[in-house]
Ligand binder design. Structure first.
Ligand code: GLN
Length: 554
């Protein structure tokens, strides 16, 4: 197997930025012209994060092939500019699920099924699958979720321990990310947590090759030497992952540290220089905006930014494309009604209603959309946000007062959004899963689907092409029974499925920028290739702000 494996584990505590560190290393190797893929192993028991509450788990990131994955895959795609799949994320639950299914089928021929070797073999198979096939990458980075010392993580750590002997020393590298806190009172960095964490790793047979220390500022050399001595690594194999102002600076900071160089040497990868100019330029543009706009995000998960990770990033990318900083104002949709909308949304240059599930907060979203439409404020609705825009338009422009989604009001005579089961049975990629599960898991339209773009629309202006592929994650659809009626009132269908059966993008003509899409464009936005819809939404917000400035003061 030509692929070499880098395993990234984390110690001391969670949220040290292991995903970003793994993604940054991937970006640097890629900039050295080394082909890279990246995978996340999550120790929790859920089979995938699809049914997990965003409050607890953050965003569910959807891949082209319709896998519902950990949000770290979003970082991987954004930093490496690659498209990942179900092969890039698994969980303990999925691993056990496979092993138990095999056991039931009799694959183990009556043997006793155990964590070692059966669970660990299943994990190894999943990891090694990345190295199979003609287009196997030079390097696969494997991030192990959780913190060393967690009970759940043990089978994964045991699997990577075994892989090192299976594949040989030169073909594997262990990187351990820890925390080196700076105690202000003592005026000192503290290495003890790192020592303990490495001890914990050693006790299960894993000797880290590189220690990456999360610290507030760059550590002095003598401290690196101390960590190297106590943790049994090369003195030049201790690196700092310092706090950066913008997450896209991290690869540059790693580069300054010589992190990728050391990895390349230890793994005997070709000694090339990283070509980082385009990345540097992007980071420079982030740091030097020429103006700013304020965007309101009207949603339910306003207290947990992780729930809108990709959305947040896509808005930032849209800002960079227009050379402006994007300030986000998270507005709780449950607090918005016709009376409060004006004050809660005062002064914003654009309003975005993101995807979501459940009825809670929907009426507030409808109010916010009405406010955006009537006050000619740029509006962008994503998935549930688009559905709410259709409901708003049907109620207040087309006069269908009780218009609603079938998911929210079964008794409405005007279900402008509904469940299109016949279509799903024929077209979705998850029919098998749908058949074997009851309702909650596996009943959604997931992953990338084609969408035809109508000429002379805002969507066409943004995309500049007549066919796009965008990622979906929803059950409900626009109800075609209302297509003609709403079109007569001015709703424009600027994106539809190639067979015309599904409305994918709606917009309004007589409005500065009002667009809703059934898919999630945020999953495909990259810092170096901002998504066209986000780019144009932010551009509209910039124009909105400029026109406000020109208006005479009341
Ligand atoms: N709840 C809606 C549906 O299932 C919207 C989903 C979403 O916004 N991702 O269709």
């Amino acid at each position: 197997m030509k692929t070499k494996f880098i395993f990234v584990t984390g110690g001391v505590l969670s949220s040290l930025g292991k995903g970003l560190a793994a993604a940054s290393l991937g970006a640097l190797l890629k900039a050295r012209n080394i082909s890279v893929t990246i995978q996340k192993l999550d120790p929790y028991i859920n089979v995938d994060p699809g049914t997990m509450n965003p409050f607890q788990h953050g965003e569910v990131f959807v891949t082209d092939d319709g896998a519902e994955t950990d949000l770290d895959l979003g970082h991987y795609e954004r930093y490496l500019n690659i498209s990942l799949s179900h092969k890039n994320n698994t969980t303990s639950g999925a691993i056990y699920n496979n092993v138990i299914a095999k056991e039931r089928r009799g694959d183990y021929l009556g043997g006793t099924v155990q964590v070692i070797p059966h669970i660990t073999d299943e994990i190894k198979r999943f990891v090694l699958a990345l190295g199979e096939g003609e287009d196997a990458p030079d390097v696969a980075i494997i991030e192990i979720g959780g913190t060393v010392g967690d009970i759940e993580g043990l089978p994964f750590l045991e699997a990577i321990r075994q892989l090192r002997s299976d594949l040989g020393r030169d073909n594997c590298l262990n990187i351990h990310l820890t925390l080196v806190p700076y105690l202000r009172a003592a005026g000192e960095f503290k290495t003890k947590p790192t020592q303990h964490s490495v001890k914990e790793l050693l006790s299960i047979g894993i000797q880290p090759d590189i220690i990456l220390c999360r610290c507030e500022q760059v550590m002095p050399d003598d401290l690196r030497k101390k960590i190297a001595l106590f943790c049994n690594v090369d003195p030049d194999a201790v690196f700092c992952s310092i706090d950066v102002g913008n997450i896209y600076e991290l690869p540059l900071s790693f580069f300054e540290e010589g992190f990728d160089q050391k990895v390349a040497i230890m793994m005997r990868l070709p000694a090339r220089n990283a070509h980082l100019e385009p990345w540097r330029e992007m980071v420079y543009n982030f740091a030097h905006p020429k103006g700013e706009v304020t965007i309101a995000i009207v949603g339910k998960y306003v207290d947990l930014k992780e729930a809108y990770k990709s959305l947040h990033e896509a808005l930032m990318h849209g800002g960079v494309a227009n050379r402006v900083a994007v300030n986000l104002r998270y507005v709780n949709s449950e607090q918005i009604d016709d009376k409060t909308a004006a004050s809660l949304l005062a002064g914003v240059d654009g309003i975005l209603v993101p995807g979501g599930f459940g009825y809670r907060g929907v009426e507030g979203k409808v109010c916010a959309i009405r406010y955006a439409r009537e006050n000619r404020i740029p509006f962008f609705g994503i998935c549930l946000g688009m559905q709410c825009a259709v409901i708003e338009f049907a109620r207040h422009v087309a006069g269908l007062e009780d218009a609603n989604s079938a998911g929210f009001d079964k008794h409405s005579a005007n279900k402008v959004i509904y469940l299109m089961t016949e279509w799903y049975d024929v077209h979705t990629k998850n029919v098998e899963r749908r058949n074997e599960t009851s309702d909650k898991g596996g009943t959604m339209r997931l992953g990338a689907y084609p969408c035809k773009i109508a000429p002379d629309t805002r969507a066409a202006a943004a995309y500049g092409t007549d066919l796009v592929h965008e990622r979906h994650r929803h059950r409900y659809e626009f109800n075609n029974a209302f297509k003609d009626l709403l079109a007569e009132k001015g709703l424009v269908y600027s994106g539809v499925s190639p067979d015309d059966s599904l409305v994918e993008i709606i917009e309004l003509k007589d409005h500065p920028w009002f667009l809703g899409c059934q898919f999630h464009p945020e999953f495909k936005s990259r810092p170096m290739q901002p998504h066209p819809l986000f780019r144009d939404f932010i551009r509209a917000a910039v124009e909105q702000k400029a026109s406000k400035g020109q208006k005479p003061q009341d």
